[in-house]
Write a protein of this length. Structure first.
Length: 301
């Protein structure tokens, strides 16, 4: 390349010197020396081998600055073992199965409730109201999980769900049936959301689709067993026991799951993975803060 450059009257060394404003040979020597010195410092950036930096793993700690419920969920996931995680997934699958079975039974016995009451249109209207209310409650329920915690939210909506089932089992008129059905459906929908959030908390993006597919398998089973169980309730007892039985059984299904969540949250606190910090707010400031967090005005509208 020297011949063509001489013919063209161009000197690459002089061109480089005019660009950088220094002696190009000295600059090249300085870069080589600095690269050799930086080889002893692993944090330094090398111009010659930018791809040879060691891989740094993210620190295993809760996200600083995140909301309380998120930090508690991350701390619990860091505190438990792999066996405990498998056990918890089994409890979550059992919870999905019982929710799916109860929903299938309710769908088949609700027609007997229509026939039991004289004002059947009032009973059918309750399903519309329940769908609207549960859709509105989803947003504050999700916010509650973030600022309070997963097991606390599960405990609250489990109580709402069980109260609705008890009212359905004991109601004597269409109005009480409608109230019970709305409470039952709000609790059911919120519990389903909380279990989905738990799966999202504990599964990576690579396995999340499989995890959600795994959680949906109970609906395949209950599509065939639900109508059989509902017919058995109608033949051997009444439609009321179709709700009363699950009001008793669901307590023993979800309480162990809540206990596992709470146990490992407290274990994470003892291991100092998660540390509670005081808010520093007064009662008045706390009320205003929570009203803004839950966006109560827009939820009411």
């Amino acid at each position: 390349m020297a011949g063509p450059n001489i013919v063209r009257g161009r000197n690459n060394m002089q061109l480089a010197q005019s660009v950088v404003g220094a002696d190009f040979k000295d600059l090249k020597y300085e870069v080589s020396v600095s690269s050799a010195n930086n080889s002893h410092n692993p944090d330094a950036i090398s111009l010659e081998s930018p791809q040879k930096q060691p891989f740094r793993r993210p620190s295993e700690e809760v996200t600083q600055g995140a909301q309380l419920g998120i930090r508690k969920a991350e701390a619990a996931a860091l505190a438990w073992s792999k066996k405990t995680a498998y056990l918890t997934y089994a409890l979550v699958w059992l919870g999905f199965f019982m929710l799916a079975l109860q929903s299938a039974v309710s769908t088949n016995v609700i027609h007997n409730a229509f026939a039991h009451f004289e004002e059947a249109p009032a009973v059918s209207t309750s399903s519309i109201v329940a769908s609207v209310v549960s859709g509105v409650v989803r947003l504050p329920a999700a916010k509650l999980l973030n600022i309070w915690g997963r097991p606390e939210g599960l405990s609250l909506f489990l109580a709402v769900y069980l109260l609705g089932l008890i009212i359905l089992a004991a109601c004597n008129n269409p109005s009480s049936f409608a109230v019970g059905y709305v409470l039952y459906w709000v609790g059911y929908d919120a519990i389903f959301l909380i279990l989905d959030v738990f799966i999202a908390d504990t599964s990576g993006l690579r396995n999340r689709a499989f995890a959600f597919g795994f959680a949906s398998t109970p609906f395949i089973c209950t599509a065939f067993t639900g109508p059989i169980a509902a017919q058995s309730f109608v033949d051997h007892s009444t439609w009321r026991w179709a709700y009363g039985t699950f009001a008793i059984a669901q307590v023993f299904v979800f309480l162990p799951l809540i206990a596992v969540f709470k146990f490992y949250q407290r274990k994470a606190e003892k291991m100092f993975i998660f540390v509670r910090e005081p808010s520093g707010r007064t009662w008045t400031q706390s009320i205003i803060f929570w009203l803004n967090e839950f966006d109560c005005m827009r939820q009411t509208l």
